[in-house]
Write a protein that binds this ligand. Structure first.
Ligand SMILES: NC(=O)c1ccc[n+]([C@@H]2O[C@H](COP(=O)([O-])OP(=O)(O)OC[C@H]3O[C@@H](n4cnc5c(N)ncnc54)[C@H](O)[C@@H]3O)[C@@H](O)[C@H]2O)c1
Ligand SMILES: [Fe+2]
Length: 390
């Protein structure tokens, strides 16, 4: 980087990150330090039947009563599942809320908690920059995927029941007070979940790095994140119990979110939202379908940053790097497997072009560019850069 930083930027820093193998034990100290009296644990339904549920409940048996375990569905949240969680949290009257799970469980807890101090319905608090009333409870997020970075971000995403819309919630009051990173909790992730959530983290790092809002306070987190993921995601995918791989992927995914929380995201996320809402493509897979082609589209404006991305992944170009890294974790698929025809692609193009993330992307894309990118996403790429230029 040669020029002196000159742009005026806002950086939203997260509050506290605790990490380490077995860090879950720290819940007890964190609750005691905060003087918490009653805990509610919002956890992904998968973990309800696992020993970790009883363990966390035991760690959080506080003077005000035993902890309430609130299981949430193992799929991405929607307005109904959030309302159900809100009702359970309201009944619990907890002053400590712990969210344990992937992005779905953490986002559910983050949104439901805001509904304890703001009137509903759920969609009423959606949107950017809304002035929301903070809730007094302490919020600790414990990710079990590496991952969305929801444990440090001020945003959350949920589907609107009865529609094809993905609602985005964004408020600094939604930022968790503590991100508790225990890589042991990610070891049970099936390969598919490791791949999809890991590629989401790669997309966060790369899109934050090249975003129009990137800068010297976010770039180091983004570079560290994609450099670590380039090395360790394929290892975690191939060897689920590899401790170093699990630990570094989790740290990297949190770093990527620290970067995107201020620098924002780009076109791959603009595509991932309608792919999820209209065609039920999981979030990380939507990014994997889009990012190599998006990076090829961005190539003419990436400059030194493109070279840095290519270098980190041992590739000849940033677009090749994104193709290789998805191929390595089994996500090199054709868009046609999910989006059946030209009319469906057109609907995705229209929805993606309305996303606010289009404006954060380093190169402005018009609707014809969006259509061309979707057309290019129909072809798997193997280890090669997509055959795409505009
Ligand atoms: N808030 C943010 O900043 C942000 C950023 C990106 C994505 N998201 C959202 O996060 C969601 C995706 O989250 P995700 O990728 O973490 O997946 P997820 O939370 O949807 O979980 C995927 C699947 O993996 C299972 N799972 C999770 N952890 C596991 C573990 N350790 N062992 C075994 N199974 C496990 C879950 O039960 C589920 O079936 C989407 O809704 C997306 O929109 C939020
Ligand atoms: Fe994401």
């Amino acid at each position: 980087m040669t020029a002196a930083p000159s742009d005026f930027v806002f950086v939203h820093s997260n509050r506290r990150v605790v990490h380490g193998w077995g860090a879950i034990e720290k819940l007890k100290d964190l609750a005691a330090e905060a003087g918490s009296r009653k805990a509610a644990i919002v956890l992904d339904g998968f973990f309800l039947s696992q020993p970790i549920a009883a363990k966390v409940a035991e760690l959080l048996a506080l003077p005000g009563g035993t902890a309430d375990l609130i299981g949430v569905p193992t799929h991405e949240p929607d307005t109904d599942t959030i309302e159900a969680c809100r009702a359970r949290l309201a009944a619990s009257k907890a002053d400590l809320i712990v969210a344990l799970g992937g992005g779905s469980a953490m986002d559910t807890a983050k949104i439901a908690r805001m509904l304890l101090s703001n009137p509903g319905p759920v969609e009423g608090i959606a949107g950017f920059g809304k002035k929301l009333a903070p809730h007094a409870s302490l919020l600790i997020c414990v990710p079990t995927t590496a991952g969305t970075g929801s444990e440090v971000s001020e945003s959350a995403i949920a589907g609107k029941v009865g529609s094809d819309v993905k609602l985005i919630f964004r408020s600094q009051d939604m930022t968790p007070h503590v991100a508790l990173l225990d890589p042991e909790l990610t070891v049970s992730c099936p390969a598919r979940v490791t791949a999809q959530s890991g590629y989401d983290a790669i997309t966060h790092a790369v899109e934050a790095y090249v975003s129009k809002m990137s800068g010297p306070m976010t770039d180091p987190f983004a570079v560290s994140a994609f450099t670590l993921l380039a090395r360790w995601l394929p290892v975690a995918y191939a060897e689920p119990t590899h401790r170093a791989a699990r630990a570094w992927c989790l740290i990297a995914s949190t770093q990527a979110a620290i970067a995107f929380n201020s620098a924002n995201l780009g076109l791959a996320h603009a595509f991932a939202a309608p792919l999820g809402a209209l065609h039920h493509v999981p979030h990380g897979l939507g990014n994997a379908l889009a990012l190599p082609v998006v990076t090829a589209f961005n190539a003419p404006v990436l400059g030194e940053k493109g070279e840095a991305i290519a270098h980190a992944f041992g590739a000849r170009s940033a677009a090749e790097a994104m193709a290789k890294s998805r191929h390595a974790v089994g996500l090199d698929l054709s868009l046609d497997e999910f989006v059946p025809d030209a009319a469906a692609r057109e609907a995705v193009a229209q929805a993606a072009s309305r996303s606010g993330q289009v404006r954060m992307n380093p190169r402005l894309a018009g609707i014809d560019d969006m259509r061309a990118m979707l057309e290019a996403m129909r072809k798997p790429t193997g280890d090669a850069a997509p055959d795409f230029a505009r």
